[in-house]
Design a protein around this ligand. Structure first.
Ligand code: NAP
Length: 256
């Protein structure tokens, strides 16, 4: 059992719903003090209330550095510091390259990739003071391993997160801070459900374990990477996808 999370101060961005909420719930259930961060103040507050365990909420936009700095300061004041940052907030609008506008591109890269940089930068002064400084990014299989029509900007942002992580790993090591990434496959969330039943059925068929993941699957991977026990792991990734990225062809799946 990972016992080193109890009482730790944890910031989770994009925690009002979906994967971020699952990550935050796993940490809260382990006795961590969790700051639920999202733009929508009411949804974030409702999520924190649902968790109990001293969880609080803060409305911040990961594209806005000043709001992240205010969030980090408020978290440190409320919880006595910041030990763990789960930089999870992300968006995945679907648009093919021919229809994609330059603004579409900037919006996705600005949220998913620059948002990670800004979140780490805002929390860094506090993470440096922790004896268990941890950053866990939510990347994806889409981009670093796979592609999917309509998600060129998204895939670029998710690959970019790993490039950012590898240099951050070296720069933050002198403070004893580790930074790693979880790469989810298809996880059941409100956002994924919006993509429709056909999409979900096709995805299930392509996964060796024949089921979609649940948000706590990502939370459990983040919990391990944030634990004291994972102190010697940095600059690495964990794929959580039910084996989706493993078969080399459809036939490989069908022959099993
Ligand atoms: P989701 O259900 O749509 O939830 C997104 C969360 O992020 C919400 O809390 C949202 O709240 C917040 N958010 C969005 N833009 C924000 C911003 N600019 N600043 C602060 N918070 C913001 O999404 P999800 O499916 O859980 O995805 C979460 C992460 O997992 C993303 O990084 C995504 O790329 C990754 N991922 C998801 C899947 C999947 O299967 N779902 C697979 C691979 C990777 P507000 O709108 O109120 O701000």
């Amino acid at each position: 059992m990972l016992t080193s999370i109890k009482g730790r101060s944890v910031v989770v961005t994009g925690a009002s719903k979906g994967i971020g909420k699952g990550i935050a719930r796993v940490f809260a259930n382990q006795g961590a003090r969790v700051m639920v961060v999202a733009r929508g103040a009411e949804a974030a507050a409702a999520t924190a209330r649902e968790f109990g365990n001293g969880a609080q909420s803060y409305s911040a936009d990961v594209t806005d550095f000043a709001s992240l700095q205010a969030m980090a300061k408020a978290t440190a004041e409320a919880f006595g510091g910041i030990d763990i940052l789960c930089a999870n907030a992300g968006i995945f609008p679907h648009v093919k390259i021919e229809e994609m506008s330059p603004d579409d591109w900037d919006h996705v890269l600005g949220t998913n990739l620059k948002g990670n940089f800004l979140s780490v930068k805002a929390c860094l002064p506090y993470l440096k003071k922790s004896d268990q400084g941890r950053v866990v990014l939510t990347s994806s299989i889409t981009g670093p391993i796979t592609g999917f029509p309509g998600w060129a900007h998204y895939g670029a942002s998710k690959s970019g997160q790993l490039g950012f992580m590898r240099t951050a790993c070296i720069e933050l090591a002198k403070y004893g801070i580790t930074i790693n990434a979880v790469m989810p496959g298809n996880i059941i969330t409100e956002g994924l459900e919006d993509l429709g039943e056909d999409y979900l059925a096709t995805m299930v068929a392509s996964i060796p374990l024949k089921k979609l993941g649940v948000v706590e699957d990502i939370g459990n991977a983040a919990l391990f990477l944030a634990s004291k026990e994972a102190h010697y792991i940095t600059g690495q990734t964990i794929v959580v996808d039910g084996g989706q990225t493993v078969p080399e062809s459809l036939e490989a799946l069908e022959q099993a």
